[in-house]
Design a protein around this ligand. Sequence first.
Ligand SMILES: [Zn+2]
Length: 371
Amino acid sequence: MSRMGETPMSPTGETPVSQSGHSRGRLFHGPQAELDMKKKPRYYVGVDVGGTKIQATLAEESGKIIGRSRASTPRTGKPDDTIMAIIKLIRGVLCENELAAGDVRAIGVAVPGVVDPDRGRVMLTPNTNLSHTAITPKIARAFRVPVCLGNDANCGILGEAWLGAARGARNAVGIFIGTGIGGGIIINGQLIRGCREGAGEIGHMIVVPDGPRCGCGLHGCLETVAGRLGIEREVRQAVKKGQKTILTKLTGDLSVIRSSLIRKALKKKDKLVTAVMDQAVKHLGAACISLRHLLDPELIVLGGGLVEACEQWILPPVRKAVKAGTMPGVGNAGKIVAAALGDDATAMGAIVLAQQLVGKKPLKETGAGKA
Ligand SMILES: [Zn+2]
C-alpha cells in the first residue's frame, strides 16, 4: 500500500488537539468541547475509477456509507482531467454531507489496471487515461490527507471481505466478471500483492493454450473465454456461420452485447447463447477448481456485471463443477458465493486500503479458518 502524499499526523493517527483547545485553527471551549472533538467520527473516502464512470463513496470507519457521488470518466486523453474529476467528485460528496477535508482520515483510490501503490502511480490502465501517471500526490495535496492507490479487483475482494460476501473469511478469492475478468486474493487477511503488484490476475490465467488472443497480448486467458467480450466474440462467430439467436433482433449488429441482453436471451432459452454461456461457465468452473487446489480458500466470491445479471446461470453450475472436481480428501471448502456489495465493493475496498494506510485493521486476520 502507498505511503505517498501522506501528511504529517500524530503517531496515533488522531488529529492533534492542543492543550489550549486550539485545533486546526478552531477554538474550543473547555474539556467538554475537547471531548466532543475526540468523539467526532472520522470519515474515509473510497474512489472507484472505472472506464465509463467514477464513483466516490463516503463512509464512516465502521463502513457505514454516508454518501456517494458519480460522474463520467473524462475521455480527453489528459490524465490531469481525470485526476481533477476525482478531486471534484470527492469535494462534491463531502460538500453534500456538510463535511470538510479535515473530517476525512484517509482516501483510497481504485483503478482498473496495473498500479504501483508505493509510488501512488498507475502503470498501465487500458480503459482510462491514467497510464504512467502518479495520481495520489495530487489528490493528497488537494485534501491534505493520506491517499493510497490499489487495483480495482483487489479492492473488490477487500470490500467483500470487509463487509460483503466474504465477511469474516481469512482466505478468500474474488473473481469479477464484466467486460474482462478481474481477480483478487486474500490469504490470512492480507491481500496477495506479488513481488511487482502483479498477483491475483485470475482473468489472465491461461485456460486454453493457443486459444483466442487476449487484450494482454497472450492467448487463451480465462477472460477471453469467460468474460463478456469473449461471450460476444463466440456469439458473433456462430452467427457468421449461420446460427440463429434472438440477440440479432435485440441488438442488431451484435457489436456490443450487454450483460442484461445476455440475461434476456438466457431467460428465453436462446439455444446459441445458452451453449456459449455453458462453455464460458465450464472454463470458469475449471479455473475455480484450480484456484481451490492452489490456494484452499474458504470462499470464492463471484461478482461483476455479468454475474449480477446472470447469477442463476453461473453460480449453480460452477458450484457443481467445483464440488465434483475437488481432489478427494481435501474437504468441501472453497464455497462459491455471489458478491454482495455490487457497485460499492471496489470503493469500499479502497477504503480498506485507506484504513490500513493509517494503521487500522478492518479485516479479520485471526480466528478460525474453517469454511
Ligand atoms: Zn490475458
